[in-house]
Design a protein. Sequence first.
Length: 191
Amino acid sequence: MTSSEFSDVTKEYLKDFYCILDEMIAGMTMANLTDSISHNFIVQMIPHHQAAIEMSENLLNYTIFIPLQNIAKNIVREQTEGIQKMQKMLEGCDLLKNARCDIISYKKKYDEISERMFTNMGNSVSVNDININYMREMIPHHLGAIQMAQTALQYGLCTDLKPMLQQIIISQQQGVNEMRKLLGQCNSETA
Protein backbone atom coordinates (compact mmCIF):
# COMPACT_ATOMS: atom_id res chain seq x y z
CA MET A 1 0.00 0.00 0.00
CA THR A 2 1.38 3.40 -0.93
CA SER A 3 0.93 6.52 1.17
CA SER A 4 -1.44 7.92 -1.48
CA GLU A 5 -3.84 5.10 -0.56
CA PHE A 6 -3.90 6.09 3.12
CA SER A 7 -6.83 7.94 4.64
CA ASP A 8 -6.29 11.53 5.71
CA VAL A 9 -6.38 10.35 9.36
CA THR A 10 -3.62 7.79 8.75
CA LYS A 11 -1.53 10.36 6.87
CA GLU A 12 -1.87 12.85 9.75
CA TYR A 13 -1.08 10.17 12.33
CA LEU A 14 2.04 9.05 10.42
CA LYS A 15 3.22 12.62 9.84
CA ASP A 16 3.11 13.23 13.60
CA PHE A 17 4.78 9.87 14.33
CA TYR A 18 7.76 10.61 12.06
CA CYS A 19 8.16 14.05 13.65
CA ILE A 20 8.16 12.42 17.13
CA LEU A 21 10.68 9.82 15.93
CA ASP A 22 13.00 12.52 14.54
CA GLU A 23 12.82 14.48 17.80
CA MET A 24 13.57 11.35 19.83
CA ILE A 25 16.57 10.47 17.66
CA ALA A 26 17.92 14.02 17.99
CA GLY A 27 17.35 14.07 21.75
CA MET A 28 19.03 10.73 22.32
CA THR A 29 21.99 11.24 19.98
CA MET A 30 22.72 14.83 21.02
CA ALA A 31 22.41 14.25 24.79
CA ASN A 32 25.24 15.72 26.86
CA LEU A 33 27.27 12.65 27.88
CA THR A 34 29.75 12.47 30.76
CA ASP A 35 32.00 9.86 32.38
CA SER A 36 28.99 8.50 34.30
CA ILE A 37 26.99 5.66 32.74
CA SER A 38 24.17 6.47 35.18
CA HIS A 39 24.06 10.06 33.89
CA ASN A 40 24.28 8.95 30.27
CA PHE A 41 21.48 6.40 30.63
CA ILE A 42 19.19 9.00 32.21
CA VAL A 43 19.81 11.83 29.72
CA GLN A 44 19.29 9.46 26.80
CA MET A 45 16.28 7.65 28.29
CA ILE A 46 14.37 10.86 29.04
CA PRO A 47 13.86 11.70 25.33
CA HIS A 48 13.08 8.01 24.75
CA HIS A 49 10.32 8.13 27.39
CA GLN A 50 9.11 11.49 26.06
CA ALA A 51 8.70 9.95 22.60
CA ALA A 52 6.62 7.09 24.06
CA ILE A 53 4.34 9.65 25.71
CA GLU A 54 3.96 11.64 22.49
CA MET A 55 3.45 8.51 20.36
CA SER A 56 0.74 7.36 22.75
CA GLU A 57 -0.95 10.77 22.85
CA ASN A 58 -0.84 10.80 19.03
CA LEU A 59 -2.63 7.44 18.97
CA LEU A 60 -5.18 8.58 21.57
CA ASN A 61 -6.15 11.46 19.27
CA TYR A 62 -7.52 8.91 16.80
CA THR A 63 -8.14 5.42 18.17
CA ILE A 64 -11.44 4.04 19.42
CA PHE A 65 -9.91 0.59 20.11
CA ILE A 66 -10.32 0.31 23.89
CA PRO A 67 -7.58 -2.28 24.62
CA LEU A 68 -5.02 -0.08 22.85
CA GLN A 69 -6.37 3.06 24.52
CA ASN A 70 -5.69 1.38 27.87
CA ILE A 71 -2.14 0.46 26.84
CA ALA A 72 -1.45 3.97 25.55
CA LYS A 73 -2.85 5.64 28.68
CA ASN A 74 -0.73 3.34 30.84
CA ILE A 75 2.37 4.25 28.82
CA VAL A 76 1.66 7.98 29.25
CA ARG A 77 1.26 7.56 33.01
CA GLU A 78 4.27 5.27 33.55
CA GLN A 79 6.64 7.18 31.29
CA THR A 80 5.65 10.56 32.78
CA GLU A 81 6.39 9.18 36.26
CA GLY A 82 9.65 7.70 34.96
CA ILE A 83 10.82 11.03 33.57
CA GLN A 84 10.05 12.77 36.86
CA LYS A 85 11.98 10.14 38.84
CA MET A 86 14.97 10.27 36.48
CA GLN A 87 15.11 14.06 36.62
CA LYS A 88 15.15 13.92 40.43
CA MET A 89 17.90 11.30 40.60
CA LEU A 90 20.09 12.83 37.88
CA GLU A 91 22.14 15.08 40.17
CA GLY A 92 22.93 12.35 42.70
CA CYS A 93 23.57 9.69 40.08
CA ASP A 94 25.94 12.06 38.28
CA LEU A 95 28.44 11.59 41.11
CA LEU A 96 29.16 7.94 40.30
CA LYS A 97 31.89 7.93 37.64
CA ASN A 98 32.88 4.95 35.50
CA ALA A 99 36.22 3.85 34.09
CA ARG A 100 36.94 5.05 30.56
CA CYS A 101 36.99 1.48 29.21
CA ASP A 102 33.49 0.91 30.66
CA ILE A 103 32.21 4.17 29.18
CA ILE A 104 33.53 3.14 25.75
CA SER A 105 32.12 -0.39 26.04
CA TYR A 106 28.71 0.87 27.20
CA LYS A 107 28.53 3.50 24.44
CA LYS A 108 29.35 0.94 21.76
CA LYS A 109 26.59 -1.40 22.95
CA TYR A 110 24.15 1.49 23.44
CA ASP A 111 24.83 2.81 19.93
CA GLU A 112 24.15 -0.62 18.39
CA ILE A 113 20.85 -0.93 20.28
CA SER A 114 19.66 2.60 19.55
CA GLU A 115 20.54 2.42 15.84
CA ARG A 116 18.65 -0.87 15.49
CA MET A 117 15.68 0.65 17.35
CA PHE A 118 15.69 3.82 15.23
CA THR A 119 15.83 1.75 12.04
CA ASN A 120 13.12 -0.69 13.10
CA MET A 121 10.81 2.11 14.17
CA GLY A 122 11.39 4.11 11.00
CA ASN A 123 11.01 1.08 8.74
CA SER A 124 7.92 -0.38 10.39
CA VAL A 125 5.49 -1.25 7.61
CA SER A 126 2.66 1.26 7.63
CA VAL A 127 -0.88 0.28 6.75
CA ASN A 128 -4.15 2.17 6.68
CA ASP A 129 -4.82 1.23 10.33
CA ILE A 130 -3.34 3.48 13.01
CA ASN A 131 -3.75 0.81 15.70
CA ILE A 132 -1.53 -1.61 13.80
CA ASN A 133 0.92 1.17 12.94
CA TYR A 134 1.22 2.23 16.58
CA MET A 135 1.98 -1.30 17.76
CA ARG A 136 4.50 -1.88 14.97
CA GLU A 137 6.24 1.35 16.00
CA MET A 138 5.99 0.91 19.78
CA ILE A 139 7.18 -2.70 19.98
CA PRO A 140 10.72 -1.89 18.74
CA HIS A 141 10.65 1.24 20.92
CA HIS A 142 9.96 -0.88 24.01
CA LEU A 143 12.47 -3.56 22.96
CA GLY A 144 15.11 -0.82 22.68
CA ALA A 145 14.39 0.34 26.25
CA ILE A 146 14.63 -3.24 27.53
CA GLN A 147 17.98 -3.80 25.84
CA MET A 148 19.34 -0.42 26.96
CA ALA A 149 18.38 -1.14 30.58
CA GLN A 150 19.83 -4.66 30.45
CA THR A 151 23.06 -3.26 29.02
CA ALA A 152 23.37 -0.50 31.63
CA LEU A 153 22.86 -3.03 34.43
CA GLN A 154 26.11 -4.73 33.36
CA TYR A 155 28.08 -1.72 34.63
CA GLY A 156 28.54 0.19 37.86
CA LEU A 157 25.43 2.33 38.36
CA CYS A 158 23.97 4.70 40.89
CA THR A 159 22.13 2.61 43.50
CA ASP A 160 18.90 4.59 43.01
CA LEU A 161 18.87 3.87 39.28
CA LYS A 162 19.07 0.07 39.40
CA PRO A 163 15.47 -0.56 40.56
CA MET A 164 14.19 1.78 37.85
CA LEU A 165 16.06 -0.14 35.16
CA GLN A 166 14.69 -3.42 36.46
CA GLN A 167 11.18 -1.92 36.39
CA ILE A 168 11.72 -0.71 32.82
CA ILE A 169 12.64 -4.24 31.77
CA ILE A 170 9.55 -5.75 33.44
CA SER A 171 6.99 -3.14 32.35
CA GLN A 172 8.27 -2.77 28.79
CA GLN A 173 8.34 -6.56 28.29
CA GLN A 174 4.78 -6.75 29.55
CA GLY A 175 3.83 -4.01 27.08
CA VAL A 176 5.56 -5.84 24.22
CA ASN A 177 3.71 -9.05 25.09
CA GLU A 178 0.33 -7.27 25.25
CA MET A 179 0.89 -5.48 21.93
CA ARG A 180 2.14 -8.61 20.16
CA LYS A 181 -1.02 -10.42 21.27
CA LEU A 182 -3.26 -7.57 20.09
CA LEU A 183 -1.31 -7.24 16.86
CA GLY A 184 -1.83 -10.93 16.18
CA GLN A 185 -5.57 -10.51 16.76
CA CYS A 186 -5.73 -7.45 14.49
CA ASN A 187 -3.76 -9.21 11.75
CA SER A 188 -5.98 -12.31 11.87
CA GLU A 189 -9.11 -10.13 11.63
CA THR A 190 -7.81 -8.32 8.53
CA ALA A 191 -6.56 -11.51 6.83
